[in-house]
Design a protein around this ligand. Sequence first.
Ligand code: UD1
Ligand code: CA
Length: 455
Amino acid sequence: MRVTAVLLAAGQGTRMKSNLPKVLHPVTGKPMIWHALTAISQSTTEKPIVVVGHGADAVTKYLGDSAHPVLQEPQLGTGHAVMQAESLLKGKTDLVVVCYSDMPLLRGETLQKLVETQMNNKGPISMLTVVADDPHGFGRIIRKADGTVEAIVEEYVATPEQLRVKELNVGGYCFDANWLWDALHRIPKNPKKGEYYLTDTVELAAKDGLSVQATVMDDVEETIGINTRVHLAEVETAMRRRINEQHMLNGVTMVDPASTYIEASVSIGRDTVIMPNTYLHGKTEIGEDNVIGPNSIIHDSKIGSHCKVLASVMESAVLEDYVDMGPFARLRKGAHLGSHVHMGNFGEVKDSHLADGVKMGHFSYIGNAQIGANTNIGAGTITCNYDGEKKHATEIGEDVFIGSDTMLVAPLKIGAGARTGAGSVVTKNVPEDTLVVGVPARAIKKLERKVKNGK
Ligand code: UD1
Ligand code: CA
């Protein structure tokens, strides 16, 4: 059976008071509409249709290949919005799932059940409802004495008696496609606003004596729609809790979930401990048995296992296993730390590879460099990689000892086993096993290497 989703995203979102279209506002790092598309993908078989209008260009650009955008112009209500999908979908799908794209907490499982309900429904509509104490802004579900659904009445046209109804329209429907296309043309124009309400299809079905299946959801939180930035913050908190709970159930320890900020796209291995005030963003992958935080911010990075990242920042960086980092270390784009690397306070690494066992304890900048295994980078070492126009590379071999406060003026190669004296300014390549000192540094003697290849 072919099942296609139509997501409505053409409305203005006036109350957000934003230049950004409402559905592109992020929730735990992903635009609202990403959450809707992700949830819907579990229960549909075809590429979804997104009805765009306000901010159509930005929304269409964001969607890229993930959905077919359809323009609704002007926006004459939710029924009119679904009508825009008719020419694309007629004859090409058996069921149509309609959702509003400002409800990012709605779960894929909920929509899946909705679709299953419709598959077993002899009538043309299945829909989601919720019973809530604060019905403000929602359409009311009107049932007959025998329980069958008769209509959805929008708040501003409801009678005082209808306003007291606590069963509300969530905004998730599954329709029999053939019936839907015909019914949309039968929706009366709303006299007050001149709009066509999708919700009126319920009354059309009921009047034809066809069954409307309304499933009452248990989880009220899932139904929160975002109209203002106050709702946005509420949903963010709820989504964060949901993400954190999932990680905890998968074996991750969180000392204080309320101050742990993990985006939807992050993966974490078991027995890793996330300490408070830690932010994990983007495509970050973390292995097992690490301690991350407190106070760490990690974007789009990969961390192996058994690492410590204390009060540090990582952006597009890689840590292998047993790396010990921080406090106050910063890894920028292209930093790659091998296993057992120790990186202490106030260091910065960018576009560089530190091979296994490198020690870089204090106050250093390493940029555009390759550093061999078990080399020691003394306090205050700097790769002078930029001459004002270009970046230059530094290559340091294995088992090198860079003395404190050494300036490495790139391009530069330092052979394995070499040493630099404290405060030296190295401007020329240094051969293997050679000690250089001074400004500019000169070779003073050949060294006997004690440790070879870290053994
Ligand atoms: C709608 C429902 C209401 C339900 C509530 C749940 C209707 C008529 N009413 O009311 O029963 O309780 O949602 O939150 O459907 N949109 C378009 N084109 C339009 C108008 C709206 O694409 O011409 C989109 C909006 O971008 C939004 C969604 O449809 O994503 C819902 O529209 P909105 O105006 O927010 O409807 P509500 O008044 O909240
Ligand atoms: Ca709404």
